[in-house]
Design a protein around this ligand. Sequence first.
Ligand SMILES: [Zn+2]
Length: 118
Amino acid sequence: MPHKDPVRRAEYQKKYRAGIPIDYERKRGLIKARRLRVAVLAYLGNKCVRCGFDDARALQVDHILGGGRKEKADGNTYRIYRNVINGRAGYQLLCANCNWIKRYENQAVEMPGRTRNG
Ligand SMILES: [Zn+2]
């Protein structure tokens, strides 16, 4: 959602529903975000540190010591990306599978019917 202002948001949604192409400003934002993500993945080695999986679509920036949820809640994904690019330590790349497995191992999540081991 590109607009916090409810009036601008309503205009955007109206255009979106009508099939009018998203505006230049929005498109530019997406391109910028895309470039930032590509740079972050390259900086962190372009593959999962656990299993070597290297399809960028399923790679996620992980906090080595946890705390990703809190940081995301505090700001946004781009802040994390900027931290990585600015050389802040403590981040690694995990694929989606390894990230979930790590969460179970750290007991950060519980899901019905699943245990730490499967
Ligand atoms: Zn992995």
